[in-house]
Design a protein around this ligand. Structure first.
Ligand SMILES: Nc1ncnc2c1ncn2[C@@H]1O[C@H](COP(=O)(O)OP(=O)(O)O)[C@@H](O)[C@H]1O
Ligand SMILES: [Mg+2]
Length: 142
């Protein structure tokens, strides 16, 4: 399937998808699962990366006011993987360490999204500037 916004596939092998509606999150999940499956992720690993992506996409929507995700399939010669970068131009996160704590939420959620996504990934980073926005990048290797 070709999700909305994914009609152009840049030479680098990455795809940028909008994260502006709940339907966009569904499309992101479906596209990611297909990509992960295609590069040989086990069912468990597919579910891990899709779960992490769902949490970050929901944050992009709920706290970031919408944004986009860049999905990149990686092959470093030894292993294959998938990298996702969620970015928004929302209010940003003032205290990133606090936001990463289990149970911390400013929105009445469970406060397990960022920490959960971190646990489900092999690489995790957040860049955020108050007033400018947030970028969360995760990578999972096969
Ligand atoms: N993209 C974002 N922009 C601004 N704040 C964010 C963003 N993502 C997460 N946060 C902040 O980090 C907190 C923790 O996020 P998370 O662990 O996903 O828990 P929850 O979504 O249940 O609140 C959020 O409550 C919010 O304050
Ligand atoms: Mg969340």
């Amino acid at each position: 399937m070709i999700p909305r916004g994914a009609t152009q596939r840049p030479a680098a092998g990455s795809v940028k998808l909008p994260v502006r509606t709940p339907e966009d999150i569904v499309r992101t999940r479906q596209f990611l699962r297909e990509q992960a499956k295609a590069i040989g992720f086990s069912l468990v690993d597919q579910t891990k990366i899709v779960t992490a992506a769902s949490e970050l996409a929901r944050n992009t929507l709920e706290y970031g006011g919408g944004g986009e995700v860049t999905i990149e399939v990686l092959n470093d010669g030894l292993r294959k993987g998938v990298r996702l970068a969620f970015n928004d131009r929302g209010p940003g996160i003032v205290d990133i360490n606090l936001a990463l704590k289990d149970g911390y939420t400013t929105g009445g959620g469970l406060g397990l999204g960022l920490s959960g996504a971190k646990r489900l990934s092999n690489e995790f980073s957040i860049e955020s500037k108050p007033g400018e926005g947030t970028r969360v990048t995760i990578t999972r290797w096969r």
